[in-house]
Design a protein around this ligand. Structure first.
Ligand SMILES: C[S@@+](CC[C@H](N)C(=O)[O-])C[C@H]1O[C@@H](n2cnc3c(N)ncnc32)[C@H](O)[C@@H]1O
Length: 291
């Protein structure tokens, strides 16, 4: 069992879920579900750390995806109801399946809304707003933070969680025919994904600028492995598949061949056959109070 540790580190994220097109959204939903499963313990440590004055009864999860945060919050705060907001119908559909499976559908109100819109729907006056890996997607993060400030109950808390990018799964010297392939894939995909402009923003400063009092910042180092669960293999597979679609012209032929061998689940080099996978990443959370 690996336990999260806490230290300061820069942050940023590579996830981009703005485009709801074709089968891509299903792939993204699968990655979000696997991420939720593999990192559930780390998410629980974040919800346990939040400096809340009283247990919240009404929580809003902004950019809720398939429900990683919603489910963690429902478990941490058994008296609470969660309004789960996302622009993706596919993600909200999966979220409803997930909360139903958890026996908590009656405590969740899914709301489909574009948080880039000038007006947000009425989301009530929550005591806790949670936004994990979603604020960097906002076209105007400052405007979004100000809207959250205006919506929160006085004394309420805004938890912004951001990721240090896609997790790494392979050892640095893997695969055997192309050592270091994973880093080269991320470098190539980083260029492709450069249209997520607010990844790695200084959220503490942005929150203060929007009127919040930032009461805490914590970085969680994730290092799970070597993997003992199938979920880690499937998470690695889904993540590298998504990257594969964006790195066609940016990798050498040798690297593309090695990547395709990892992604060939019937072949001898399939990533699912490896016993040396781990999950390495970082998450940072800011706890900001409306005073
Ligand atoms: C990286 S996912 C994170 C999902 C979830 N919070 C989690 O931690 O697993 C980002 C989510 O933000 C949503 N999103 C992106 N831009 C949005 C917008 N303008 N309005 C509402 N949701 C948005 C996406 O649909 C996606 O579900």
């Amino acid at each position: 069992m690996n336990h999260p540790t806490s230290h300061q580190a820069p942050n940023g994220t590579h996830h981009d879920h703005r485009h709801e097109a074709g089968h891509g959204m299903g792939d993204q939903a699968e990655i979000l579900d696997l991420d939720a499963e593999v990192l559930a313990g780390h998410t629980a440590s974040i919800t346990a750390w939040l400096p809340l004055r009283t247990a919240p009864r009404h929580i809003v999860d902004l950019g809720c995806g398939t429900g990683a945060g919603t489910l963690a919050l429902l478990e941490r705060f058994p008296e609470a109801e969660v309004t789960a907001v996302d622009s993706s119908a596919a993600h909200l559909h999966r979220l409803q399946q997930n909360v139903t499976a958890a026996g908590a559908a009656d405590r969740v109100r899914p709301v489909r809304a574009d948080l880039d819109a000038a007006e947000w729907p009425d989301l009530g006056a929550p005591e806790l707003v949670w936004a994990s890996a979603s604020m960097h997607h906002m076209a105007d993060p400052d405007a979004a933070l100000r809207k959250v400030h205006g919506m929160l109950a006085p004394g309420g808390l805004f938890a912004v969680v951001e990721l240090a990018g896609f997790p790494r799964f392979l050892p640095g010297d893997a695969p055997e025919t192309a050592p270091g392939l994973e880093e080269r894939c991320h470098a190539a995909f980083g260029h492709h994904d450069a249209h997520v402009p607010h990844r790695g923003a200084d959220w503490g400063t942005l929150l203060a600028g929007a009127g919040f009092t930032v009461e805490g910042e914590r970085t969680i180092s994730v290092d799970i492995g070597p993997s003992r669960t199938d979920a880690v293999g499937r998470y690695a597979l889904s993540s590298l598949r998504r990257i594969r679609a964006g790195v066609d012209s940016a990798l050498t032929a040798e690297d593309l061949t090695a990547l395709d061998q990892l992604l060939d689940t019937d072949g001898p080099h399939s990533i699912l056959r490896r016993g040396d996978l781990s999950v390495r990443t970082e998450r940072t959370v800011w706890a900001a109070r409306r005073t």
